[in-house]
Design a protein around this ligand. Sequence first.
Ligand SMILES: N[C@@H](CCC(=O)N[C@@H](CS)C(=O)NCC(=O)O)C(=O)O
Length: 211
Amino acid sequence: MILFGSSVSPFVRKVLMFAAEKGITLESRSMSPHSDDPQFVAASPFGKIPALQDGDYTLSDSTAIVSYLEAKYPATPLLPLEAKARGKAIWFEEYADTVMFPVATVIFVNRVLLPMRKVPGDAAKANELVAQQIPLLFSYLESVMPAQGFLVGDSISIGDISITCMLINLAYSDTQIDASKYPKLAAYYERLSARPSVSGLIAAERKWLGV
Ligand SMILES: N[C@@H](CCC(=O)N[C@@H](CS)C(=O)NCC(=O)O)C(=O)O
């Protein structure tokens, strides 16, 4: 199975971490959005990353891809089987993808990605989001965070993976979690980002991004 997309995208990293937690081997093929690579174009009709190719089957969108992988490899479930737990895990995935991402991506692009490409970023816009939006995002997470373990149940789920992958992009963007204000969130991020399923990616991405 080939996964197209650069892992500095939190959506691509989500799929790579998900696969690693399940022990699934994916061939990770680094790809920018809107690449004209014919295999990628066939897998991603709107040019977004990630996209998957599994033989003659193709799929775009991280949520669709992890759902496919979960159904194909049901061992070590990362989408909880119990109804209430499943609902909460998907909520945290959606919170990461639709509430955190619009904020995190503007900060990441302006503080890290554009400067890496020698294009000036809008530092004022990033600073404004860090000052005004990040406290709202982190306060909510702190309010739902357990002192130990995971967001839902006794084991890691798609909710943890999605939230962690979004926090990683914020960490690259000099948006650290202040442990004096958000102690449970800070400890959670330390635990989750140290997992072997993602720690190697973080080291490689930091090197590539120069952060
Ligand atoms: N909902 C999609 C979002 C994917 C997405 O927006 N990826 C970004 C990179 S982080 C992208 O490809 N952007 C290019 C574009 O939106 O045209 C998913 O979960 O995969």
